[in-house]
Design a binder for this molecule. Structure first.
Ligand SMILES: CC(C)(COP(=O)(O)OP(=O)(O)OC[C@H]1O[C@@H](n2cnc3c(N)ncnc32)[C@H](O)[C@@H]1OP(=O)(O)O)[C@@H](O)C(=O)NCCC(=O)NCCS
Length: 175
């Protein structure tokens, strides 16, 4: 099964619904996309409103991955946060990297990230940055794409009263 990628999809009520569903499913399955697995639908809906508001305002760009065989369902996303500060306009933070739990482990995540890298290159960006939650093995995933760990804040993320994770900073130069 191959996915179709769409840069900057139109922000419609349907996209709001689809992103909220995807983000909720990924979070409930334990994904590290801003929440922990006990997140509620209301919290994800509120975050979806904020996220797509930033897409509409031009603060973020979005890449959507769609499963044509499942009626064009949204099954993956990434977002690029664009800087207004002139000192940082040459790079972008990658956020919201997720693939539908039912499709994870099939190589779609790597393809999604390669498309994101192409989108960044086409936008003239020189580098990408990521903040990765420690203890998930995600450094290996991003390492496959050439990202390098360039910093780590020990215990910089607190997921619950006794669950502290490193905040790992990764960087990819787009040369
Ligand atoms: C992270 C994510 C996008 C990867 O997508 P995916 O489709 O599952 O990954 P792929 O099948 O393309 O994986 C490619 C390789 O990376 C590895 N990999 C993927 N996710 C991994 C993880 N969480 N930990 C360690 N390795 C991982 C795979 O084992 C695979 O390596 P292999 O070919 O040697 O077996 C997806 O698992 C996901 O949405 N996770 C939940 C949300 C999340 O945590 N996002 C990261 C935010 S920083």
């Amino acid at each position: 099964m191959s996915l179709t990628f769409v840069r900057d999809p139109q922000v419609t009520p349907e996209l709001h619904e689809e992103l909220a569903r995807l983000w909720y499913d990924v979070s409930r399955a334990g994904g590290s996309v801003g929440f922990v697995a006990s997140v509620t639908e209301e919290e994800v809906r509120a975050a979806t409103e904020r996220q797509l508001g930033r897409v509409t305002s031009g603060e973020y760009r979005m890449l959507g991955a769609y499963d044509a065989e499942a009626g064009g369902r949204l099954v993956g996303t990434t977002f690029l946060r664009l800087h207004t500060d002139f000192k940082m306009r040459h790079w972008s933070m990658v956020l919201g990297v997720m693939i539908d739990p039912a499709l994870q482990g099939g190589g779609h995540g790597l393809r999604l990230m390669r498309e994101t890298i192409d989108m960044a290159r086409d936008a003239g960006l020189e580098a990408l940055r990521l903040e990765v939650r420690g203890g998930m093995g995600l450094e290996g995933f991003y390492g496959r794409l050439g990202f390098k760990e360039v910093g780590r804040v020990p215990g910089g993320l607190r997921l619950s009263a006794d669950d502290y994770r490193d905040d790992i900073l990764m960087w990819l130069a787009l040369d």
